[in-house]
Design a protein around this ligand. Structure first.
Ligand code: PLP
Length: 482
């Protein structure tokens, strides 16, 4: 691929882009039960206009673009108010949950550098259900993740195990509200109390749930305590591009006070160029997502969010009840909001095969591997744009289960496991292509069916499966014609 010699006509450029989209699922149909959080066409118009209005303003430098500072402070203020922070709470706008979590971990690390300088190898204690972004933060920032178990069946953090995992090097305790995998809110009050007792920081990952749970609370629906009213909580992340229904590229990370937040900020005045002061990871950045987040929150308003949350919760209950009624399937734990997972309790239903079969009918569910005490499962996140599909989904779902029950079950997992045991895993190209071949992947294409790949990945040691994933992406992301 190269830049065309002569520029194309606008219509041709846009036509080409539109045709690329043909490869993607029709998410507006409400059949993509994850990834998408769509507020509806009217709110989306507001988002689109606000986004493009601020697309070119550079939020790198509020002294040149003061409106971006105002937007950021107002967006942060709205979320801090929702999460019941007091007047000392401060925060920043980030590009998403991952950036918010990286910043929360960096802040904890650098706070510890000042307050407990003897710590050379900082550690954070994470329930195994904490999001993968914490591992990324650990990887980037050289903080050791110390993983603790969650309780059987409830998948809630085991706070006694967290207590046992604390060492002299611990700088941070983490809880999720909720964890993505099962949609259950950790016992934040207990985790935060433990943090207070041990004089540690406590981050609540409210990336996916911060906004939705707060509106559930406002509606009078029982929600475990998780926000700034919980003593001991020192920071919270909340994504606007999930259940805030903002355009992607929008999250906030909030701190109990400025004293803590200052450890997040980076400044550089020692190079030959312009002075850099960044509150977040990115430097030059469009103010579009910030303006769009400001716009959608202002447009929907508390009443609008409460209406959305009520409808989404009703639809979620319909889907959960419908799945639990199916013999051989069970929703895991007791989900607190509109996201949950279900596993198979019968030999007859292979969830990975079920996900593939549903995908051929245009429905997207996310497979999640068997990890710790969590069995292989499929994840569903409901949102405003899937509400109207709840009943249709259940019908298609039940039909698909029936069809699969009559299919010949050839369980490849055991066969593959035996093969894998024979294979001495060396981290080289030959092994990669052999494993990829066993899974039915050429190594350079996006696969259609994921069942076998998921089965292989599930049984491999983590370092091997992560190595394969890296090799795979490295082979897939090659510039050129596709
Ligand atoms: C609980 C939780 N934390 C963090 C993240 C990461 O967010 P992002 O994908 O916006 O980086 C997610 C994403 O789903 C999440 O559910």
């Amino acid at each position: 691929m190269k830049i065309p010699d002569k520029g194309l006509k606008k219509e041709d450029v846009l036509k080409a882009l539109k045709s690329y989209k043909g490869q993607d699922p029709d998410w507006k149909s409400g059949r993509v039960l994850g990834y998408i959080y769509y507020p509806g066409d009217k709110a989306q118009d507001v988002i689109d206009e606000a986004y493009t209005m601020y697309l070119t303003e550079n939020a790198l430098d509020p002294s040149t673009f003061p409106s971006t500072l105002r937007l950021e402070n107002e967006v942060v203020g709205m979320v801090a108010h929702l999460l019941r922070g007091d007047e000392n709470v401060v925060g920043n706008f980030t590009s998403g949950g991952t950036e918010s979590l990286i910043l929360a971990v960096k802040t904890a690390r650098d706070y510890a550098r000042t307050t407990r300088p003897h710590i050379r190898e900082p550690e954070m204690v994470l329930p195994v259900t904490a999001h993968a972004s914490f591992y990324k933060a650990a990887h980037y920032l050289n903080v050791k993740p110390v993983i603790t178990p969650v309780h059987d069946d409830s998948f809630l953090a085991d706070v006694d195990a967290m207590r046992d995992a604390i060492t002299d090097n611990t700088i941070l305790l983490v809880g999720s509200a909720p964890g993505y995998a099962h949609g259950v809110v950790d016992p934040i009050s207990e985790i935060a109390k433990l943090a207070q007792e041990k004089d540690l920081l406590c981050h609540v990952d409210g990336c996916v749930g911060g906004i939705h749970l707060s509106y559930m609370r406002k509606l009078g629906i029982r929600v475990p305590e998780f926000d700034f009213t919980v003593p001991g909580v020192t920071s919270i992340s909340a994504d606007l591009h999930k259940y805030g229904y903002a355009a992607k590229g929008a999250s906030v990370v909030l701190y109990k006070n400025k004293e803590l937040r200052k450890h997040q900020i980076f400044a550089c005045s020692r190079w030959t160029g312009y002075t850099v002061i960044n509150a977040a990871v990115t430097s030059s950045k469009t103010a579009g997502p910030m303006a769009a987040a400001w716009a959608v929150m202002s447009y929907i308003g508390d009443e609008g969010y409460m209406k959305i949350v009520r409808e989404v919760m009703e639809a979620t209950q319909i889907v959960i009840d419908g799945i639990n009624r199916i013999d051989g399937l069970q929703v895991l734990g007791e989900p607190n909001m509109c996201m949950f997972s279900f596993a198979s309790t019968s030999q007859k239903i292979n969830v990975y095969r079920l996900a593939d079969a549903l995908k051929t009918k245009g429905w997207f569910l996310q497979p999640q591997f068997k990890r710790a005490n969590s069995p292989a499962n499929l994840h569903i996140s409901m949102n405003r744009s899937t509400v109207h599909q709840a009943k249709t989904f259940l019908k298609v779902f039940e039909d698909t289960i029936e069809e699969l029950k009559h299919e010949e079950v050839d369980d490849k997992t055991k066969e593959l496991q035996a093969e894998l045991e024979k294979l001495s895993i060396k981290f080289d190209d030959e092994t990669f292509f052999k494993l990829a071949g066993m899974a039915g992947v050429t190594g350079t294409e996006l696969p259609d069916k994921m069942e076998t790949i998921n089965q292989i990945m599930e049984v491999l040691p983590y370092d091997v499966s992560e190595w394969i994933l890296i090799e795979y992406l490295n082979n897939l992301m090659i510039p050129g014609e596709k």
